[in-house]
Design a protein around this ligand. Sequence first.
Ligand code: ADP
Ligand code: MG
Length: 277
Amino acid sequence: MLEINGLQKKFRKKVILDNIDLSIEKGVYALLGPNGAGKTTLLRCIAGLYDYRGTILLDGNKITDSINIGYLPQCFSTFPEMTIYEVLKYFCVLKKIKKEETDNEIKKCLQLVHLSDKVNEKISRLSGGMLRRTGIAQALIGKPQLLLLDEPTSELDIEERMNFKKIINAVKGDCTIIISTHLVEDVESICDKFIVLKDGTIIETLPPLELAMIAQDKLFEIKSDLLPAGDLDYWVEREYYKDGVSYSRVLAKSMKFGNKIDDICIEDGYMALIKNI
Ligand code: ADP
Ligand code: MG
């Protein structure tokens, strides 16, 4: 179990994270929040990269070298002159993988991220998506107890974003996985719970269905030219055309001239939370 109590993180005098309390069992968790909410900072505190106030414990122990953590930073880059194999071998050394198990471990991780045929490719020759997948592979080395992935699907194409879900399903089980993202669709089918972070505090920790239900009775379809002018009590999710007429899908507590929509999804609930509707 990962337990965070009274976490506060400041940079100089600016409070970036405040009053963070979180208690999560083994499973897959999405850390959702707009840009600047503090997702990266929270993952770095958990990974032990920052000093902070408060406590972070994994199964009752402080997070130290003895805990096997896999961490994918938001911007993963590494030794450009080395090959994927050499980089992963280096991570095996850092993670104290037994020498005789190294090649097998690298092989397994590269298979998961579909990079087996690039094992001898130099890092400098990789596309953004391949580099990202190399980053995911290094995080998976050594079967971590705690896997922290910061925006893992950024730079991945559609096929690889779908494969990412398979990777998570293949490695989950006996570990705690936290995936930071602002893209609900990349994680909605693989997460047990969503942790929603806004302005440096956790505003909700909810299972997918409950997060979606936040938007219940708050989602409307309305002809776009009937939207109230200058009213900030609503949020237009998207506009679309039907029979040449522009309609808007809108989140609001109430909406004159709007028709309620029933097919709410997780993203609707997330936006209702973030926009305070
Ligand atoms: P997110 O990952 O959710 O986009 P971040 O954790 O990167 O958010 O940033 C949260 C806030 O902390 C932002 O306002 C950002 O400018 C600030 N911040 C992040 N890292 C630093 C740093 N090293 N020094 C000062 N401020 C920082
Ligand atoms: Mg970030």
